[in-house]
Design a protein around this ligand. Structure first.
Ligand SMILES: Cc1cc2nc3c(=O)[nH]c(=O)nc-3n(C[C@H](O)[C@H](O)[C@H](O)COP(=O)(O)OP(=O)(O)OC[C@H]3O[C@@H](n4cnc5c(N)ncnc54)[C@H](O)[C@@H]3O)c2cc1C
Length: 408
């Protein structure tokens, strides 16, 4: 039996470990177009910031492949697959047959409309890109960050931390608009501007300027901005270019059932590439976060190796420290204005705290906490385990609460 895993990120690694635990003698092949050993992708922003060295990124020892008897196929891209013949075609012309396949190819950065082929314009998805940025930093005076999502925001914080002048362009009105609501977004924006970040909202780049190396950008509002480094952080798209859509259903991501099997039997998917049932929304959604990728990888691996394990569904959750602000956002924080949902909130401007809870009937489905985030664990457990609120909902806004007090 040959198991093949596309991707050596946390989803692929977790799957390989689960398979090997259940099947000591099978062949496991892991393919990645990156050539380095598995590493902690979220921490590349700390390498940019200068607080963590690249040598601290690996998540498993250097003997990972050998100790689990895995054959790594690194520096190779899957270009195409034949699901009937069960063969992968690699971009270097090689082929790889499989019996059972896991697609854990993660996500690619969303491109920008303007041609971005000058030097010092970077995406921030992998270790190699950040190491290239570090080479450019000594000559960087003015950086431009496109996008106010998690990656754009982390890039901007990292550069600010290094004392570089940073301008961030955000199409929506505030940063992290997928993670938090407008009030929390406003608190984040004022903290970032207090720390020296220049933020321009409602505008985007129409063209980059420069000969060989970027020197500036033209914006959609007609203005021009000087910059010697650009980081594009405008969200991600699932990495599915090699997936035959007539055989494997792909919507916002690869559609999977509750065993993480795709619509093509024997082919599973896990991690950022997947669109799974969202526990809070109760519809399919892409929750591209590290803990979900790890869980999905482990469960997909077990199912591939023959132990039937049900995946309950995914849940968006982020804990973010922004200089002096602690933010926790879980579940469906931006549910639409609809009588189905009840929203309770409390904004204390003196203490600089904010709490916002979203309910559907008796169930908590979303929570945003800014500062005093200690109750975040209980609120997350309530959303994740769909525990109905028996006590008054207002109680959940209190900065101190116990799970027991909420249930009776
Ligand atoms: C800067 C940054 C900050 C982040 N911060 C956070 C955070 O604070 N919290 C959080 O929860 N998450 C965060 N994330 C998201 C988190 O890193 C991802 O959710 C997680 O890494 C997904 O793991 P994965 O295994 O699904 O995919 P990936 O880690 O992307 O791994 C997929 C692998 O497959 C390879 N691959 C893709 N296509 C092919 C192909 N055709 N052939 C061969 N190989 C291929 C890729 O190169 C990659 O090596 C952050 C991400 C970034 C980039």
């Amino acid at each position: 039996m040959n198991y093949v895993i596309i991707g050596n990120g946390i989803a692929g690694v977790s799957a390989a470990e689960a398979i090997r635990q259940l099947d000591g003698s099978c062949g496991i092949f892991m393919i990645s177009n990156e050539s380095v050993e598995p590493y902690c992708r979220p921490m590349i922003s700390l390498v940019l910031e200068g607080t963590v060295s690249a040598s601290k990124l690996p998540i498993r020892g250097s003997s990972f492949y050998q100790s689990l008897n895995i054959t790594p196929v690194l520096g190779s891209r899957v270009a195409r697959m034949d699901v009937d013949a069960k063969i992968l075609f690699l971009s270097d012309g090689k082929t790889l047959p499989f019996d059972t396949l896991l697609i854990a190819s993660g996500a690619d950065p969303r491109p920008v409309k303007a041609p971005a082929d000058l030097a010092n314009i970077f995406f921030m998805r992998n270790q190699h890109q950040v190491l290239k940025m570090l080479e450019a930093l000594p000559r960087t005076r003015h950086a431009l960050v496109l996008g106010g999502g998690l990656v754009g925001f982390k890039a901007a914080c990292g550069l600010l931390h290094r004392g570089i002048d940073v301008t961030m362009l955000i199409r929506s009105g505030y940063p992290l608009s997928l993670q938090v609501d407008e009030i929390a977004g406003g608190m984040i924006l004022s903290e970032l501007t207090r720390r020296g970040l220049n933020v321009r909202v409602g505008t985007e780049v129409t063209a980059f300027k420069g000969i060989n190396t970027v020197t500036g950008a033209l914006l959609s509002d007609g203005s021009e901005i000087c910059c010697d480094l650009v980081i594009i952080g405008k969200g991600v798209l699932p990495a599915v270019s090699f997936v035959p859509r007539d055989r494997i259903q792909v919507d916002q991501g690869i559609v999977v059932d509750n065993h993480l099997e795709t619509t093509c039997p024997g082919i599973f998917a896990a991690g950022d590439v997947v669109e799974s049932m969202d526990i809070a929304r109760k519809t399919r959604w892409v929750n591209a976060i590290w803990p979900e990728a790890a869980t999905q990888g482990r469960i997909a691996g077990m199912n591939m190796a023959g132990r039937a394990v049900v995946y309950k569904g995914s849940l968006s959750r982020n804990v973010i420290r922004i200089f002096d602000l602690d933010i926790l956002a879980v579940g469906w924080v931006n549910a639409p204005d609809d009588p189905r949902f009840t929203v309770l909130s409390e904004h204390n401007q003196c203490l600089n705290t904010y709490r916002r809870l979203v309910f559907e009937g008796d169930s908590l489905i979303g929570a945003t906490l800014v500062n005093r985030i200690e109750t975040g664990g209980i609120l997350t457990a309530m959303i994740q385990n769909e525990i109905p609120v028996r006590a008054s909902k207002e109680k959940l806004l209190e900065p101190h609460l116990s799970l027991k007090s909420l249930m009776f």
